[in-house]
Design a protein around this ligand. Structure first.
Ligand SMILES: [Fe+2]
Length: 189
């Protein structure tokens, strides 16, 4: 199951960012690979529900970015390294969706947990520069966009501020729209 993002990792140009992605995926909590993207079913398309739904949601969000990077306008807007960091951020953005333990339900602060996870992984394997680590942590922390508060939490999540953060949020947003179903067999690898 830990190999399930090899295709997405192959879209990353930089070898060190690829190695970092692999290290992180290998250390994601076990529940990540089995839980649905939404326990209520309210906020995600049908492919993201049921067993493995969070993995499929994640794959869809990464594929949205990958497809958009075929466009000249985004190739001009983002350097290859920035594209790599966006793909990496999307692979990991929901990696701690149900928190650090065994997981039972979505934790509102999950973007902050996932950002901390990136920090811990880079402390252990040192594959990202400090600047790259910060870019990824910021993109992951702000991926919820305008949905940055919750009734049961005092935490206020950061909102996307720069072009990388906004792009990551947009890809995650599109991968959670009910009207957009994904044909996973047609994703261009
Ligand atoms: Fe997501």
């Amino acid at each position: 199951m830990k190999e399930c993002f090899e295709n997405e990792i192959s879209w990353i140009h930089s070898k060190s960012i690829q190695q970092f992605a692999r290290y992180c995926v290998d250390n994601l909590p076990d529940y990540f690979f089995t839980v649905p993207a939404s326990s209520s079913g309210k906020y995600h398309p049908s492919y993201a529900l049921g067993d493995g739904g969070l993995v499929r949601h994640t794959k869809a969000a990464v594929a949205v970015a990958h497809e958009l990077f075929n466009l000249e306008m985004f190739q001009k807007q983002f350097s290859e390294t920035e594209q790599d960091l966006i793909l990496l951020s999307l692979i990991l953005h929901d990696g701690k969706k149900q928190g650090g333990g065994n997981g039972k339900h979505t934790v509102f602060e999950h973007p902050l947990y996932a950002a901390d996870f990136v920090k811990e992984c880079n402390f252990e394997c040192s594959k990202l520069t400090d600047e790259q680590e910060q870019i990824v942590r910021n993109a992951i922390s702000s991926h919820m966009g305008q949905w940055n508060t919750a009734r049961n939490s005092r935490t206020v999540l950061p909102k996307p501020a720069d072009k990388i953060q906004k792009f990551v949020h947009m890809c995650d947003y599109l991968a959670s729209r009910k009207f957009l179903e994904v044909n996973f067999d047609a994703i261009s690898y």
